[in-house]
Design a protein around this ligand. Structure first.
Ligand SMILES: [Zn+2]
Length: 341
């Protein structure tokens, strides 16, 4: 099969002919028909020595395709089924997995496309427990982004934050692939949304999708803007996709009793916080990681019913992998670019 390989740490993406994988017990062999390109792929590529198990390595964790072969011990999926995949490698047996919280699996095995070969290829072998059936009329590029670009904010906003109708929700990184879908999920849940991102094109896109305010934190005092937007009360919820670059301001813009859910932190690791502010305001600060396969089923249903619209920018063959990653680095992608091998 054809696959895009990293052959050296931070090296070029190279299109090669490699052996087609065989599904082990509990696995499915999938014909990849959509694999989205994400900032995470770029991070893995740059840190491949630390993150991936071995070289050469195949990236890609946002995958949809058709089942072509079923490994031993797999029930409920058969050849020809169209499916989307979650990205975490989980055990399915620990106390958290048994309670439906596989995103904090005790025996977390890493991610598809990091710790096992991913979807920048014509075929990929994946654990059957990661796969969720999709409707016949849902496109594969759209299906490929369900778990990460849509499932991640679904888990964060609906499950972890517990957003309520009428809540005022601030989303940082709202113009990115996860952010634009987070915005749709916030609106679907009945929230009023402020989009925070860099540059007019991303903010205008967020406004066109229904955000009621949009702020570039390099051009305005973000905490003050949040206070003004909420009539001095502060935001009921903050979805943090950015990290320390915005977290000081968004926390200062949080209402009493407000919730901050942290999903990403690509702007650093250090963040200082006054514990007194947390207890005096009874703030809730929570983490949120990816999405469970059960929640992915809900996401599939929401998209099928037209309540959330997967936003695809460009699609292209495996030879486009390098260009698509550069577009991610350049910050010009609206939604997601998707490889269609
Ligand atoms: Zn587990």
């Amino acid at each position: 099969m054809r696959a895009v390989l990293i052959e050296e740490p931070d090296g070029p993406l190279v299109l090669r002919e490699v052996p087609r994988p065989e599904p082990d017990g509990g696995e499915i062999l999938l014909r990849v028909e959509g694999c989205a390109v994400d900032r995470f792929d770029v991070a893995i590529r740059r840190g491949v020595r630390e993150r991936a198990t071995s070289l050469p390595h195949i990236l890609g964790h946002e995958i949809a395709g058709t089942v072509v072969e079923v490994g031993d011990g797999v029930a409920g999926l058969s050849e020809g089924d169209r499916v989307a995949s979650t990205l975490d490698l989980v055990c399915g047996e620990c106390r958290w997995c048994l309670r439906g919280r596989e995103t904090i699996c005790e025996r977390f095995g890493g991610h598809v496309g990091v710790n096992v070969p991913g979807g920048y290829a014509e075929y990929v072998a994946l654990p059957a427990r990661n796969l969720v059936p999709i409707p016949d009329d849902l496109g594969m590029p759209e299906a490929s982004i369900l778990a990460n670009a849509i499932g991640t904010p679904y888990h964060a906003i609906v499950v972890r934050m517990g957003i309520q109708p009428g809540d005022r929700l601030v989303i940082t990184g709202a113009g990115g692939g996860v952010g634009l879908h987070a915005l749709q999920i916030g609106l679907m849940a009945g929230a009023d949304v402020m989009a925070v991102d860099l540059g007019r094109p991303k903010l205008d896109h967020a406004l066109s999708l229904g955000a009621s305010a949009a702020v570039d934190p390099t051009e305005a005092d973000l905490a003050k803007a949040i206070r003004e937007w909420t009539g001095g009360v502060g935001a009921d919820g903050v979805l943090e996709l950015v990290g320390p670059a915005t977290m000081h301001a968004t926390l200062n813009g949080l209402a009493k009793g407000g919730k901050m859910v942290i999903v990403g932190s690509h702007t650093g690791k250090d963040w200082t916080i006054d514990p007194g502010d947390v207890y005096r305001n009874e703030w809730e600060i929570r983490g949120s990681r990816n999405v469970s396969s059960d929640e992915l089923r809900t996401v599939v249903d929401l998209v099928d019913r037209g309540l959330v619209d997967p936003i695809i920018d460009q699609t292209g063959g495996l030879e486009e992998a390098e260009r698509f990653q550069q577009r991610v680095i350049d910050g010009v992608v609206i939604g997601r670019d998707v490889l269609v091998p």
